[in-house]
Design a binder for this molecule. Sequence first.
Ligand SMILES: Cc1ncc(COP(=O)(O)O)c(C=O)c1O
Length: 347
Amino acid sequence: MSKLCFFVQYLPIEGLAAFNKATAELLFGADNPVIKQGRVATLQSLSGTGSLRLAAAFIQRYFPEAKVLISSPTWGNHKNIFNDARVPWSEYRYYDPKTVGLDFEGMIADIQAAPDGSFVLLHGCAHNPTGIDPTPEQWEKIADVIQEKKHMPFFDVAYQGFASGSLDEDASSVRLFVERGLEVFVAQSYSKNLGLYAERIGAINVVCSAPEVANRVKSQLKRLARPMYSNPPIHGARIVANVVGDPVMFGEWKQEMEEMAGRIKNVRQKLYDSLSAKDKSGKDWSFILRQIGMFSYTGLNKTQSDNMTDKWHIYMTKDGRISLAGLSLAKCEYLADAIIDSFHNIS
Ligand SMILES: Cc1ncc(COP(=O)(O)O)c(C=O)c1O
């Protein structure tokens, strides 16, 4: 076969085999029994969004009675995805404005109150937009309720390795559910952690109770993918498979991710230090240190966020979310001045 012919061929509907193997192993761990037993249906799909959309189509077709529970707030596109797939959804409490932390009791109560067999959409790590993740103990309790209610956990993992700096640590929430023997849906994205935004590379993984079930699920996912986009693009898949498959490049990637996550943690610390030093009101800003990932929910409301932009020329989403990835250490003091002004002088 000539090289040219190799480059112009389509991928199979399910994507590049080497990518699918690598992505499932990164997520669950190469030694995870679910991989060894062939219980995971993995399909390369169009990044995180496309993987979520494919799973939404699967839910619509095979679980027509089920609804999806989505955190309040959540990444803006989640609602669009389920609306477009005609999957009913409702919200569970997540963010507590009083503590700028997790409304854990509210979350548990809402998951508990949902009809049995609902899909519960969870952010695997670095919750977007809040940056607030459950603690390991809270994840255990969330898993308890999901198990008790026979719900289906559905993870959106868009930041693996980018939150803590460790691929394994950031996958620990997903692995906890898998260890309990639950069936789990997981959408993955390589936009952030490998910077492959425009390659549209990600995957949908469904952990099933048995290998035969995984085969059937995979076959049905392929049936759904075929009329949507036929087959996924090859370039990003090759990048991921090559990086993960080469010990030197894999090591470099992990190191770079650790550096990126470390840089964001430093900026977080500096912002917290600046706020604490400058704000004489005694307000506790430590919630910033408890958040994780590239975003911080500042607790500023819409009017206060408008003040950040109009007066201080700081551009952020109107829900009070700032991106720490775009912040340098040198700008932390200025940002702290702007936040303090907006918080105390604007209601
Ligand atoms: C929570 C979450 N899920 C999914 C995505 C999907 O991103 P992409 O489609 O680029 O992989 C994002 C991107 O911002 C996100 O924040």
